[in-house]
Design a protein around this ligand. Structure first.
Ligand code: ZN
Length: 401
């Protein structure tokens, strides 16, 4: 196995399939590669399982002259969009439209520059609209000989069946706590105790585990979310706890969005040759203005999505906490996700019963779904807090709004 696959923890089946494809990609006869390679791939797996890592590692291995040595410039740069023959598309809007999809199809027709393959990776392909899928379809059916499409989505159900039937499917599983822990220790040089905590707390989400292990702010935020959820006294304290949770999520999202925006703004200026203090006039001004507006819209939508994603992350932490409460209430011996909070979890568990805790878990899942469907996070999280405080009242609170 080539070293580059080490980035994919606990995914031996997927690695096997993709690395065989890379080997067969070299065996071109009559214009077609060996049977393990094909032109359309669908990589599915739960959030944080490493879908985009799988896709970009695959692309890098296809580009690398040694099929993924893991150390050359190509292996190191490709996953970050640093190879001219690999396009990584991240649809940041809530839905990815037909225009953008057509643009990709046009792009796929160009011959690669440096290598035999042009790889187009679509992360979060579940955000494609139906008509966007339709415009990709023909290119997936009759791809130009050099094109490789890699679509990533949470599950097969998130992608149109017509796409699924034309793509080879690679499915990732949720990595085990042990796998995540090893990754943190080996790749990110995290000390074993911290790695154990972060792996457990992240519930198999690799990006989340890395954040918890390496950023104190993430740990503090998580801790305060969980503490306040089990110390609610009355309805005003529910509203306050929700506000604090959503504010913290928003701040975290904004910090990352600011960084991304700043980087893109720089690239934009470079692309249009705009220097500080210079003025553009006439037709070229209109062109620049249109592009500027497009970028601003894209950034605004991405920021909105990132805030939702962060709020969802907090709710997933709450799911873990109340799963722990339930474990204690039913007398299970399983290790708690929040082992370090065991006394607080036990004392909360003693005040309730499994039926109520199950209602709370349902309320949290419902809030996650409603945030996904555009409910403002503050409202959704408030109803969760009320449900934690009084599981039987939760539905009444929601109906009153
Ligand atoms: Zn290499």
């Amino acid at each position: 196995m080539q070293p580059i696959w080490g980035a994919l923890v606990g995914q031996s089946d997927a690695v096997e399939k993709l690395s065989r494809a890379v080997t067969d990609a070299d065996k071109i006869r009559n214009g077609e590669p060996g049977p393990a390679m094909t032109h359309a791939w669908l990589i599915t797996g739960p959030p944080g399982s490493g879908r985009s890592t799988a896709a970009t590692t695959f692309a890098a291995a296809l580009m690398c002259p040694l099929n993924g040595c893991g150390t050359c410039q190509i292996c190191r740069m490709t996953p970050f969009g640093g190879h001219p023959d690999v396009q990584i598309v991240i649809p940041s809007e809530l839905s990815y439209g037909v225009e953008e999809a057509r643009e990709l199809v046009r792009l796929s027709a160009f011959a690669p520059i440096d290598t035999p393959w042009r790889v187009i990776i679509i992360e979060d392909a579940d955000r494609l609209t139906e008509s966007a899928f339709d415009s990709l379809l023909k290119s997936l059916e009759e791809p130009t000989p050099h094109t490789v499409w890699v679509l990533c989505a949470p599950s097969v159900e998130d992608v149109l069946p017509t796409i699924v039937s034309r793509a080879r499917h690679v499915s990732l599983r949720t990595p085990t706590t042990k796998d995540v822990m090893q990754l943190l220790i080996n790749t990110y040089k995290v000390d074993p105790a911290m790695a154990a905590f972060a792996a457990r707390a992240s519930q198999g989400h690799i990006g989340r585990a890395r954040g918890l292990a390496t950023e104190e702010a993430s740990r503090t935020r998580r801790q305060s979310d969980l503490r306040s959820a089990i110390s609610l006294r009355d309805v005003p304290s529910c509203v306050l706890a929700a506000r604090e949770m959503v504010t913290a999520a928003t701040t975290a999202a904004n910090t990352r969005a600011d960084e991304l925006d700043a980087k893109e703004d720089e690239q934009f200026k470079a692309a249009f040759g705009i220097e500080e203090g210079s003025r553009v006039k006439g037709a070229s001004k209109r062109k620049v203005d249109a592009a500027k507006k497009q970028l601003a819209d894209h950034q605004k939508n991405r920021r909105k999505r990132m805030i939702r994603d962060e709020a969802d992350r907090s709710l997933v932490d709450l799911l873990g906490l109340f799963r722990d409460v339930l474990m204690v209430q039913v007398g299970s011996n399983l290790e708690l996700i929040n082992q370090e909070m065991r006394p607080a979890v036990e004392s909360f568990a003693a005040r309730g019963n499994p039926a109520d805790t199950t209602r709370t878990l349902v309320a949290i899942e419902r809030a996650r779904a409603s945030i996904k469907a555009s409910t403002p996070p503050q409202l959704a999280v408030e109803s969760v807090m009320v449900s934690i405080k009084d599981p039987k009242l939760a539905s009444v609170h929601v109906n009153m709004r």
